[in-house]
Design a protein around this ligand. Structure first.
Ligand code: IPE
Ligand code: IPE
Ligand code: MG
Length: 240
């Protein structure tokens, strides 16, 4: 059977990506893991542009998890350095494409200079009405929910599903329609735990540095074939 084609007119509103496989990509070439992260950044830029060109409104990228601090100090330092460099250098790219940058995660746990650069880029791009790119950095789904409930408890407001949602990091961002994980593993690794309750999942065996626009289109096309019922029952067509 031929692969389904993506329908350009109805892209998902929000795509979220677990960009996994950088280390294995480097290891398979006998290169240090850091090379994989460098290559992964190039892929991320390419995919941000592709997602923007396809009219998607929100893209959440899993950049660094609350568990990734377990890695060696040199790998963590390298990733933080890359993030900082990217934020400084890519402002023009965001401007040209009217891309708004946002953050999900605990900024208090980031190196202060990285947290500051992140705040600056978010501030400088907040007027743009194109794609919104949410960088999940020092992000953990359980941590986000915990911080939300802590903030909520301080208000003395009633604890409801809506009030917890209202205290998440980006309460106005709609839940992801499609969560993609590259790199072959079939798990969510603490990504968007609250928001992905009814997301469609797509797993790709390709390592993130090998990902291309064509892979994105395959993921979108697969998503467009899914039957989202949200717990309800789909009525046969013609009946209401
Ligand atoms: C994803 O790639 C990037 C981060 C988690 C920061 P990995 O570094 O996890 O690559 P693998 O999974 O070890 O190949
Ligand atoms: C998830 O990948 C985190 C990011 C892509 C930033 P990991 O490589 O950290 O996840 P596990 O360890 O395989 O679950
Ligand atoms: Mg990994």
């Amino acid at each position: 059977m031929p692969e389904p084609q993506a329908d350009d007119k109805h892209p998902p509103t929000h795509i979220a990506i677990i960009m996994d496989g950088n280390g294995r990509w480097a290891a398979s070439r006998n290169r240090p893991r850091t090379q994989g992260h460098l290559e992964g950044l190039t892929t991320a830029k390419k995919i941000v542009k592709a997602v923007s060109d396809r009219g998607v409104q929100y893209l959440t990228l899993y950049v660094f998890s609350t568990e990734n601090w377990k890695r060696s100090a040199s790998e963590v330092g390298f990733i933080m350095g890359l993030v900082k460099q990217h934020l400084k250098r890519e402002l023009d790219f965001y401007r040209e494409n009217y891309i708004r940058t946002r953050h999900a995660g605990d900024s208090a746990g980031l190196p202060p200079d990285v947290a500051q650069d992140l705040r600056d880029v978010c501030e400088e791009t907040k007027q743009f009405d194109g794609l919104q790119v949410i960088l999940a950095l020092n992000y953990g789904g359980r941590d986000e929910i915990t911080r939300a409930v802590q903030r909520l408890a301080r208000t003395n407001a009633a604890i409801t599903e809506q009030s917890i949602r209202d205290h998440l990091d980006n309460p106005d961002v709609p839940d992801p329609d499609l969560v993609i994980r590259t790199g072959g593993d079939l798990r969510s690794s603490n990504f968007l735990v609250w928001q992905s309750a009814y997301s469609e999942f797509y797993f790709s065996d390709k390592l993130w540095p090998d990902w291309t626009e064509a892979d994105l289109d395959l993921a979108i096309a697969a998503y467009q074939q899914r039957d989202r019922r949200f717990g309800g029952v789909k009525q046969p067509s013609g009946r209401s």
